[in-house]
Design a protein around this ligand. Structure first.
Ligand code: FPP
Length: 234
């Protein structure tokens, strides 16, 4: 008999479908992002309540700069305002916020807001929320290798060297990666950390993604047979 595994320690979310959600309602795309942020908050709170330890959210990728200037500016403002406004939400729930991505490529006001929420929540011991902003999996690995080169260690490097120079080496690998909206791609999301993740695709557009949908994904995960390259246990 295959043993049921416990709830995932680290869940990654690719929050896809905001634009389509808005279009279906005759709204502008940015309305979808606004609603998507409300969903993200609900999912963060629920994850914290059910005892998930790490949640990673793909808020803005290194490829998202290709969108219209209007959409990019909106997303930057939305993220900045969220971080400023929701400090109490993170404090009340003892949630620690960390950031993954290239800070240097961000507008300085957004960068400052990220640095201050990361610092202000660093003592909390509950859920860790990893916000991926100006993030690309390949970019993270290249930046890690460049950090190693800068430290003069370039004759031979190991997997641990790379892992130790990722943006948040203390965060364990992703157990369950959830992508909403029916798209079945990884899109440069936590490439290193998803090496052995279970993938779950939901047809629900992100603004409609509910705690029931998350429960369904976790249930599916619990019935997976994780082998990490080993043999089946049945
Ligand atoms: C993808 O949907 C979504 C994004 C590129 C942005 C997601 C960002 C948020 C929900 C804000 C969250 C921020 C925090 C701080 C948690 P899409 O626009 O590609 O949708 P489409 O494929 O339907 O066009």
């Amino acid at each position: 008999m295959q043993e049921e595994i416990s709830i995932p320690n680290h869940i990654g979310f690719i929050m896809d479908g905001n634009g389509r959600w808005a279009k279906k309602r005759g709204l502008i795309r940015t309305k979808g992002h606004q609603e998507g942020l409300e969903t993200a908050k609900k999912i963060i709170k629920y994850s914290s309540d059910i005892g998930i330890k790490y949640v990673s959210l793909y808020a803005f990728s290194t490829e998202n700069w290709k969108r219209t200037q209007e959409e990019v500016s909106f997303l930057m403002l939305l993220i900045k305002k969220h971080l400023k406004k929701e400090y109490n939400f993170y404090r009340e729930n003892q949630i620690r916020v960390v950031h993954s991505g290239n800070l240097d490529g961000l507008p300085s006001d957004v960068k400052d807001e990220i640095l201050s929420v990361v610092s202000d929540t660093s003592m909390y011991q509950g859920l860790t929320v990893n916000l991926l902003i100006n993030y690309g999996g390949r970019d993270e690995i290249v930046r890690a290798v460049n950090k190693i080169i800068k430290n003069d260690k370039f004759d031979f490097i190991t997997e641990s060297d790379i892992k130790d120079h990722l943006d948040n080496p203390q965060i364990p690998d992703v157990d369950l990666m959830i992508r909403s909206s029916g798209e079945e791609r990884l899109s440069n999301f936590l490439l290193w950390q998803c090496a052995y993740s279970e993938f779950y695709y939901s047809n629900v557009l992100w603004p409609d993604f509910s705690t029931d949908d998350l429960d369904m994904a976790i249930e599916a995960y619990k019935n997976r047979n994780r082998r990490f390259g080993g043999l089946h246990d049945k």
